[in-house]
Design a protein. Structure first.
Length: 356
């Protein structure tokens, strides 16, 4: 029996060796086909479909819009083409509040977007469009169109600007009009001359505090103990005492019935080195003369409104509500010194509209 087994075993080994290549390939192919699941087939089909997808194309353009446009104002529509006819979804990336309808591609002004040509004339933003398989991104530009802000003002705001021009351009009674506005470019530092009573010192502190509460753009008024460090001087004393301190001012006020006076020269329309004479500690008198030193002329609201800037004042006179705004606007950083009435009006209108 043993002699018969060996030849048989040899034949089997030889046979397997001779047919090994073809048999292996058949087996692999059979196993691969049999082990493919329906999910695998679907994934392959989806991958093939994605490979055939055509990315959407955004049509580039710039969008003009008037400055000060209100929230929800339509800017325009972003246009995109997709050769596959896929449903498109829009989104936006911007540093400012521009909104986009994800379905229609309409751009609108967001609730926090303030469009001001004088501050920024154009805005860049990015729009993305998605067709379900591919995202396309492009940069767009919003062009802000300049408008005449005075056309947006209410009657009350127009009257405020008119009164501003009256005070700042010295159109009041007994004033010499100026062609360009004047203002302090740096902190006003007051040195007190004369025999300063506690009452008057308290008056100075109170009045300065009232003014400083109005200013909100960096300018302020302070007192200075060292005369060499000051740029404004206040002398508290009688008219006769004034003659020995400031003879030139005395020559102006003598026999004129004045209770106070202010002289403030300007250099390139910047006020500096002011001198103020005060003869009594009434707060309204110091408030009045300090107003002149700050660049404001006499008021025409004196019959019933009792402005602190009337040429004739009493303890009933004080800041009017509109004068608080005018003082603040006069020292706004955007209202530079040396502007004509027309130039100042344009800047003021823009400031007022932006504050609404």
């Amino acid at each position: 029996m043993k002699k018969l087994l060996y030849p048989l075993l040899f034949l089997i080994i030889v046979s397997c060796s001779t047919d090994s290549t073809d048999s292996f390939n058949d087996t692999v192919l059979e196993n691969t086909d049999s082990e493919m699941t329906p999910e695998d087939t679907a994934d392959n089909q989806e991958t093939e479909s994605q490979n055939q997808n055509t990315a959407p194309v955004l049509n580039l353009q710039s969008y003009p819009i008037n400055e000060h446009a209100s929230p929800a104002t339509s800017i325009g529509f972003v246009q995109a083409n997709d050769l596959d006819g896929d449903e498109l979804t829009y989104s936006i990336s911007s540093e400012v509040d521009i909104e986009i309808n994800e379905t229609t591609g309409e751009l609108t002004v967001g609730p926090d977007l303030q469009l001001d040509f004088e501050t920024m004339s154009n805005i860049e933003f990015m729009v993305s469009v998605f067709d379900g398989a591919t995202i396309t991104e492009e940069n767009f530009e919003l062009i802000i169109e300049d408008i005449d802000e005075t056309t947006l003002l209410t009657t009350e705001q127009t009257e405020l600007i008119s009164y501003f021009q009256h005070l700042v351009y010295w159109k009041g009674h007994a004033n010499t009009p100026v062609e360009r506005n004047q203002k302090w470019a740096s902190t006003m530092k007051i040195y007190l001359h004369g025999t300063i009573s506690n009452e008057f010192a308290a008056t100075v502190d109170d009045v300065m505090a009232e003014y400083n509460e109005i200013f909100n753009d960096g300018f302020s008024i302070v007192t200075e103990e060292n005369e060499s460090e000051s740029n404004a001087s206040v002398f508290f004393g009688s008219e006769s005492e004034l003659e020995n301190v400031w003879p030139d001012m005395f020559e102006i006020v003598k026999d004129g019935g004045y209770s106070g006076y202010a002289i403030t020269p300007s250099n390139a329309h910047q006020l500096s080195n002011s001198r103020i004479w005060i003869s009594n500690p009434a707060a309204v008198l110091f408030k009045h003369e300090l107003g002149h030193a700050l660049g404001f002329g006499h008021s025409n609201k004196c019959q019933s409104e009792n402005s602190f800037l009337c040429s004739q004042i009493s303890t009933d006179n004080d800041f009017l509500p509109e004068e608080l705004s005018i003082i603040r606007y006069a020292y706004h950083h955007r209202l530079q010194e040396g502007l004509t009435e027309e130039e100042a009006e344009a800047v003021l209108a823009d400031i007022i509209v932006n504050e609404q």
